[in-house]
Design a protein around this ligand. Structure first.
Ligand code: G3P
Ligand code: CA
Length: 346
């Protein structure tokens, strides 16, 4: 499976606690904070401003949902219809436009456009109704993550999702192929080839997931998460899912300890979506503490600041070790691992 080399390296590094065993804890040392469409509670989703804010808030990964334009370019958008998240004023499918036409639009927030709870609203202290936000391409997201690494070794992961058009495997798989090719762009010098554990691939579409799991397509064996809305359904089918994926992304709505344990017992990572604020999640009976208490391996959150605080509280950083390393002046020469620890401890 795709994640096997990563699992092996984590075991070797001593960062994996109890792989492939049923348990209430995560399979990894600390759950990932995955910024869901960036810091989408604060700034218009899937914009570079939103991704930058997410990184500043302590995200480990930034999530671009992807659609492909009529001329074959990948854009960070969640909705195929651009009406609710861009300046488009009528129903307009992104796949009917060229990249130039898409980029001529402005990104907006569904919080402003249709009042969706949990998404940003102008006047919230982060932006005003007169601010303008460009639509981001997948290349913009990759360039940004790579620029952070080149600047000071900071590793921020990318977690692209192949959004799909139902019944159009040709389009869907062409997008998956384009995504994999873009991750291998020589200009990134192998940064996204898996050696840094900084890439996850994801889709709700089983055909796409199988494509991504195929080593003939996924040349760098990047880990794949299969998105399944219902955790309990996923848990009941864990063994089968394990044949095509390394992890599962699943909604918090029906999540419970049993399904998380079932998925872990099959060796699947569990990444929960979508967390917002405890108040907004209250209707589902869930909170950050509840979800982290199940031992999930990552959380997609619109509020990466809250997610970071919750993970740090549940999985405290070992301060004595950090202080000792600072005293020895070693952090500056220890590379990305030290950079990650330093930032997470903040
Ligand atoms: O990818 C995890 C989560 O984002 C799935 O839901 O609809 O927000 O892409 P959605
Ligand atoms: Ca998504």
């Amino acid at each position: 499976m795709k994640f096997a080399p990563i699992l092996a390296s984590l075991i070797a590094a001593g960062t994996l606690i109890a792989p492939l065993a049923a348990q209430a804890g995560p399979l990894v040392e600390r759950p990932l904070v995955i910024a869901h469409r960036g810091a989408s509670a604060y700034l218009p989703e899937s914009t570079m401003a939103s991704y930058r804010l997410a990184v500043g808030m302590g995200a480990d990964f930034i999530e671009p949902d992807l659609f492909m334009t009529a001329d074959g370019q990948l854009v960070a958008r969640h909705d195929r219809n651009l009406r609710n998240t861009t300046s488009a004023t009528s129903n307009t499918n992104i796949d009917s436009l060229t990249l130039a036409q898409v980029l001529a639009l402005q990104a907006t927030s569904r919080g402003d456009e249709v009042g969706t709870a949990g998404y940003s609203k102008a006047g919230n202290g982060y932006y005003s109704s007169s601010d303008r936000f460009d639509i981001a391409t997948f290349g913009d997201v990759l360039d940004y993550a790579y620029s952070l690494y080149k600047a000071d070794g900071t590793i921020i992961g990318v977690y692209p999702e192949i959004k799909t058009i139902s019944g159009n495997d040709s389009y869907n798989l062409a997008m998956a192929a384009a995504m994999l090719a873009q991750l291998r762009d020589p200009k990134y010098q192998g940064f996204f080839n898996g050696q840094h554990n900084n890439v996850f691939l994801q889709s709700f579409d089983a055909t796409v997931v199988r494509y991504l799991n195929d080593g003939a397509n996924n040349l760098n064996d990047l880990p794949v998460a299969y998105l399944i809305t219902d955790c309990q359904t996923a848990g009941a089918n864990a063994a089968t899912i394990k044949t095509i994926a390394d992890g599962v992304g699943t909604s918090i709505a029906n999540m419970n300890q049993a399904c998380v344990d079932q998925l872990h017992a099959a060796g699947l990572l569990v990444h929960a979506y979508t967390l917002t604020t405890d108040a907004l999640m209250g209707a589902s009976g869930k909170s950050y503490a509840t979800i982290l208490g199940y031992g999930v391996d990552g959380i997609f959150s619109n509020n990466p600041d809250l997610a970071r605080a919750a993970v740090n509280a549940a999985y405290p950083v070992s301060e004595p070790a950090t202080v000792a390393l600072l005293g020895l002046g070693l952090l500056g020469v220890m590379g990305t691992g030290a950079a990650r620890r330093r930032r997470q401890a903040a």
